[in-house]
Design a binder for this molecule. Structure first.
Ligand code: PGA
Length: 232
């Protein structure tokens, strides 16, 4: 299977960036997750649009929320759930993330479920139990074929710090031992055009989730090339 490259624009970007994105080579394995308001502008040329969040609820009086079915109607194929910014800034719990992932699957979307440890948890060597607890609580009701896990150490997001390839490989193995060898797992956290080739060497890594560097179209194209091997 081809590896996935996921762009997470977070609350960044503009109509201008949407225009610039048209110059990149966007196969079905390149998933672009802009703020939801730009989704109608990208789905004519992005084969695999994604959202950054969805409601766990299907419809009703929930001002400001967007349902998974509505995202699907807009052409989305994927949705990120449980990003650490949503966990930390918007108090999302593992139980809620499980509900959001279920709602996404029910609507025909593929949830990209984020898990990751803090700097402290890594330093105190508690990362394994933290990750497994998140995994256990979020995916226990879900079919392994229907979701993707994104391992995103919190200390690595937006910091320029990145685990060694051995550290990442260890986590991939820990997660697969727990939920199954067929689990699809990508890595996120300070992925750039500079470190993409090295990350691509991790043989059992299914791709990357790219935040800041996805806002620079040239850097993003370089990352796509590193993981998909088709140098443009
Ligand atoms: P970053 O963000 O690439 O800017 O570190 C990754 C993410 O939070 O998904």
């Amino acid at each position: 299977m081809k590896r996935l490259i996921v762009a997470n624009w977070k609350m960044n970007g503009s109509i201008q960036l949407v225009q610039e994105l048209k110059s990149t080579s966007l196969s079905a394995n390149v998933i672009v997750c802009p703020p939801a308001c730009y989704l109608p502008l990208i789905n004519s040329f992005v084969i695999s649009p994604g959202a950054q969040n969805c409601s766990q609820l299907s419809k009703g009086a929930f001002t400001g929320e967007i349902s998974a079915a509505q995202l699907k109607e807009l052409g989305c194929k994927y949705v990120i759930v449980g990003h650490s910014e949503r966990r930390n800034l918007f108090n999302e719990t593992d139980a809620l993330i499980n509900q959001k992932a279920s709602a996404a699957i029910q609507a025909g979307l593929i949830p990209i479920i984020c898990v990751g440890e803090t700097y402290e948890e890594r330093n105190e060597n508690r990362f394994k139990q933290v990750l497994l607890s998140q995994i256990d609580q979020v995916v226990h009701t879900l079919d392994i074929q229907k979701y993707i896990i994104a391992y995103e150490p919190i200390w690595s997001i937006g910091t320029g710090l990145i685990p060694t390839n051995e550290n990442i490989k260890e986590v991939l193995d820990i997660i697969r031992q727990r939920i199954g060898l067929s689990a699809r797992i990508i890595y996120g956290g300070s992925v750039t055009d500079k470190n993409a080739l090295s990350l691509a060497e991790i043989s059992n890594l299914d791709g990357v989730l790219v935040g800041g560097a996805s806002l620079n179209i040239h850097a993003f194209q370089t990352i796509i090339n590193a993981f998909q091997g088709d140098l443009a």
